[in-house]
Design a protein. Structure first.
Length: 342
């Protein structure tokens, strides 16, 4: 891979940053977020009325599915707050993030922000990116070679099991959040986060079991959490899975490290809304604080800049992005099978 001259590598991102700042694309747009949040909360309110009016009915599974989508949208807002895309003030972003994450979706804001920042600092870097350390999946031959027993069997079939596994992602996020609150040292706002999580789970479980029969409540929770996890996982997975995986030996500057490990997903405004702007992953990784509404406007400028500097800019459809990610998992699984047979 041609990394370019060191002088160019040191100055290219600074040049791009000047271009982007000059267009005003880093300016915050809190009113746009206010409209989006009001719309999501309004839809949640309507579903709440429908939920109560329906009462103990198996039609509540449809409500569970719709709520999963809206919780995913709130998680995207929490993501943007974590990157300080919404307000200039750190405190204002934290307050909104705590409400969207802890109170409304049941995910620890502080735990997730720390994990996600480490991903941004070392995207797709073996041993550094926490998103490459997701048991029981293996993303590198080295990871696959260490698996034994049932884990090794899982890795061999991990491509086929990937989307079913995502249905457990919601439960995993809740569990990891609780563990972080209980035992993680240095977590900011621990008492606040703990209180908001308790309110979330008490309100969620209380409403479900008060309105529905026990079997219906259990089915509601299973459907809601499975689709919530599948929605979030399907939105984040296309961004990096199947893209080059780096090691500590790879001498890449910030610009190339972010662009070469990221994948954009083509689509219109509907896809932008469904994926929370994460389909502009290259732009987001280069400028994490850029407000979500500005990402689509930054894309032509950044794509042209990458072309002029000979940096591969990868963009594909949503289906193709999933296919590329699954192909990578299948390749790793196949390699593990061969090693096991040697």
């Amino acid at each position: 891979m041609d990394l370019g001259a060191r002088s160019d590598r040191g100055s290219a991102y600074a040049e791009l940053s000047r271009l982007v700042r000059g267009t005003g694309l880093l300016d915050r747009q809190p009113w746009r977020y206010a409209t989006r949040i009001a719309l999501v909360l309004g839809c949640l309110g309507v579903l709440g009325v429908v939920f109560v009016r329906l009462g103990p009915s198996w039609w509540q599974t449809a409500v569970a599915a719709a709520v999963a989508m809206l919780l995913g949208q709130l998680a995207f807002v929490g993501h943007d707050a974590g990157h300080r895309q919404i307000f200039r003030s750190r405190r204002a972003n934290e307050v909104l993030g705590l409400v969207c994450a802890n109170l409304l979706t049941g995910i620890s804001y502080g735990w997730w922000v720390d994990k996600h920042n480490r991903h941004h600092a070392h995207p797709n870097t073996e041993g550094r990116d926490p998103d490459l350390m997701v048991a029981p999946l293996s993303f590198t031959p080295g990871q696959a070679a260490t698996q034994r027993g049932l884990r090794a069997l899982f890795v061999r079939h991990q491509a086929a099991l990937f989307f079913p596994l995502l249905m457990a992602e919601g439960v995993h996020l809740h569990g990891a959040s609780v563990r972080a609150i209980v035992s993680r040292p240095g977590l900011r706002h621990r008492p606040v986060e703990a209180g908001l999580l308790v309110l979330h789970f008490a309100g969620y479980l209380g409403a479900v079991f008060l309105v529905l029969s026990v079997p219906q409540a259990i089915v509601f929770i299973l459907v809601n959490q499975a689709l919530f996890g599948l929605y979030l996982g399907s939105s984040f997975a296309p961004n990096h899975k199947g893209m080059p995986i780096l090691t500590e030996a790879d001498d890449l500057d910030y610009l190339r490290r972010q662009v070469l490990t990221s994948r954009n997903v083509r689509g219109g405004r509907l896809l932008d809304a469904l994926l929370g702007g994460l389909n502009y992953q290259i732009e987001h990784h280069l400028f994490p604080s850029m407000p979500r509404p500005n990402l689509r406007h930054a894309q032509p400028l950044i794509r042209q800049f990458c072309t002029e500097h000979g940096i591969a800019y990868h963009e594909t459809t949503l289906i193709q992005s999933w296919a590329q990610g699954l192909a990578h998992l299948r390749t790793i699984g196949t390699g593990a099978t061969r090693q096991g047979n040697d």
